[in-house]
Design a protein around this ligand. Structure first.
Ligand SMILES: Cc1ncc(COP(=O)(O)O)c(C=O)c1O
Length: 363
């Protein structure tokens, strides 16, 4: 199985399974900005490589200041981490929840990390008629039963977003229950006018809300690892108090600073490309007979036409040098579900051609 470690983007396993060179695949299984890092960032990293001879700033002060300015919060609200994945681990360590709530289908690390840290996981599930979206009432009920709840905004793998009034309702409910509501905004930068679906502008009103963000997807640096959270200073201090000193390396800090200073042109170009290509890719997938909820993020969840299974299509695409994420193992989804990233035009066209050939061949 390609998802040997539970995730997409595993090029080494792909080479073992399908042959060839791990660098030779077109990877739709991880949702990374097809433009690559902002202009100048790779060159800066090449020039700055000697920075590895010094320890990184354990307080992440420069990056924290830039993030605080960008988000409009005080630096004491920010906790920088070695990817959003580390942010989630820090949250679990800081909150030490007995029970963690998750809303299936969702990013598999929510459950995996919660169990690694010894919590019991309770879940509610989205319904197929609603693009696998769970009702706000069900999530609210889960908040009552748990100490920490993870919610994707937009959610991976179905791309659904909760309207701001629903999020606000959940954040107020979390305050009332004393439950920490972790809103995972790892993909929010890909969404135009993200403020309309983020609690960020009103974060100051909540002591129990945490926004988890990733810099690895939007800025295309997943191998470098960088993420952060915005949360009340008390929660932020509790999280950084659990962090291993120097867990964020010096090159990641430099890259993060450069990404934030690269200007908004790159962001606008990314969002325009993703919006146009998502529509085109979705249209093509629908024409091939797939079921594809619209989504708004840089990935699409699709249901293959019967009797195709994710396993069969993933294998056939893999042998043609294309990687997709099977979603057959997500609770609530079916053996026919896969997720594909929205990439650049040429790659998306290639996916449509290769998938079309496979589905037509019926072999
Ligand atoms: C929903 C979601 N949140 C967080 C992460 C982790 O991001 P990072 O690379 O910053 O650790 C991922 C990675 O796939 C993800 O899909």
């Amino acid at each position: 199985m390609l998802e040997k470690y539970g995730h997409g983007g595993d090029l080494l396993t792909a080479a073992e399974l399908y042959g060839g060179n791990s660098g030779g695949f077109v990877d739709f299984s991880a949702n990374i900005n097809p433009l690559g890092p902002p202009p100048g960032v790779l060159a800066l990293l090449r020039d700055a490589v000697t920075a590895i001879t010094a320890y990184p700033d354990p307080g992440h002060r420069r990056l924290k200041a830039l993030l605080a300015e960008e988000l409009g919060v005080g630096p004491d609200w920010i906790t920088v981490a070695n990817g959003a994945a580390e942010s989630m681990a820090l949250l679990l360590l800081a909150v030490a929840p007995r029970r963690v709530g998750i809303v299936e289908p969702c990013f598999s690390e929510y459950r995996q990390l919660a169990e690694q840290f010894g919590a019991e996981v309770l879940s509610v599930q989205g319904t197929s008629g609603k693009d696998y979206r769970a009702s706000v009432e069900a999530i609210s009920g889960l908040l009552e039963q748990t100490d920490l709840l993870f919610l994707g905004q937009p959610n991976n793998p179905n791309g659904v977003q909760y309207p701001l009034d629903e999020l606000r309702f959940l954040a107020r409910k979390a305050e009332a229950c004393g439950t920490v509501l972790a809103v995972d905004e790892a993909f929010i930068d890909f969404i135009p006018e993200a403020d309309r679906i983020s609690l960020l502008p009103e974060l100051g009103a909540y002591r129990h809300a945490v926004l988890v963000r990733s810099m690895t997807k939007f800025f295309a640096i997943p191998g470098l690892r960088l993420g952060f959270t915005a949360a009340s200073p008390e929660l932020a201090a509790a999280m950084s108090g659990k962090q291993v000193t120097w867990s964020v390396n010096g090159l990641a800090l430099l890259a993060g600073e450069a990404c934030l200073q690269s200007g908004d042109g790159y962001g606008q170009e990314t969002r325009a490309l993703i919006a146009a290509e998502r529509q085109r890719l979705r249209r093509g997938l629908l024409e091939l007979g797939c079921g594809v909820p619209p989504g708004e993020a840089n990935f699409l969840l699709l249901r293959l036409p019967a009797p195709w299974t994710a396993a069969a299509v993933q294998e056939r695409l893999g042998r043609r040098g294309i990687l997709v994420r099977s979603c057959a193992m997500y609770p609530g989804l079916t053996p026919g579900h896969i997720r594909v990233a929205v990439k650049g035009g040429a790659d998306n066209s290639r996916l449509l051609v290769e998938l079309g050939a496979i589905l037509q061949a019926r072999v």
